[in-house]
Ligand binder design. Sequence first.
Ligand code: NAD
Length: 293
Amino acid sequence: MIRSHLVRNSLTLSFFNRGLSSHAGRLEGKIALITGAASGIGKATASKFISNGAKVVLADVEEELGQATAKQLGPNATFIPCDVSNEANVSDAVDFALSLHRRLDIMYNNAGIACNTPPSILDLDLAIFDKVMNINVRGVVAGIKHASRVMIPQQSGSILCTASVTGVMGGLAQHTYSVSKVAVIGIVKSMASELCKYGIRVNCISPFAIPTPFSINEMCRFFPGTEKEKLEKMIFDLSALEGAVCETNDIANAALYLASDDAKYVSGHNLVVDGSFTCFKRLNFPLPDQNPS
Ligand code: NAD
């Protein structure tokens, strides 16, 4: 009786294990290039990919910080300076990864900036709009273009991009940034529709607010002089999901899933990591069943 129970359990276990790759090395032997990898989400993802067996090229416009991050992440991390708004830089970063590792399995277009613009369309500064589009949109397109140049002959690859909850619903950021992230979600759908015939998957991740230098700098504009710890807490307090906050590691985990064979049939998808924030609008009065009395 005990034996048959054990056999049944081990059969169940082996059934489940067949469907999942080994969690120790879900990217064993894979080569990844991540833009905006000197800091925040890019850095956390590089670290996650390396601990899962990948070799990672970190591309970032911040040279000193990028070098220091690569050193911190160890021998499977290499840094190349790259401004994603410059197509030649992006092309060179892809060629660098290729010359170092002979292939490119994962391209993560993560670099992005926020912008200091007034909230109303009436005050929109189109010069700032162009600058943000150059990095957040054109940079992503350039990354997909040059990764595809390598991945099409390979007939395989996983391309990721960082979008945002601000691209999923309006009113969460000023127009320029929101529009740039809506565009990233659209780019993913458009590119996935072509690249599927070469076995290349294209997906994006839409994170909720996370305290990184990017968001802390934005918060500083609204609350000048406020300590960093207080700003971090203000961001965490926005969380909709009771008992949890959004952290860079949550995005790294989403990227790991999408980059790995666990997501082998997932393409053209926007993986929203927001603890349900964009699912509902909070009412400013309690519904009867929400008001225990
Ligand atoms: P971060 O500031 O920690 O990292 C961004 C990195 O991008 C920096 O290292 C920066 O040097 C680099 N970068 C900026 N411009 C670049 C350029 N032209 N070329 C190459 N690298 C450049 O911020 P983060 O929060 O990790 O941001 C990463 C991505 O996540 C961005 O696309 C951002 O829009 C997106 N995002 C962030 C949040 C958040 O709340 N932190 C939420 C949703 C989406």
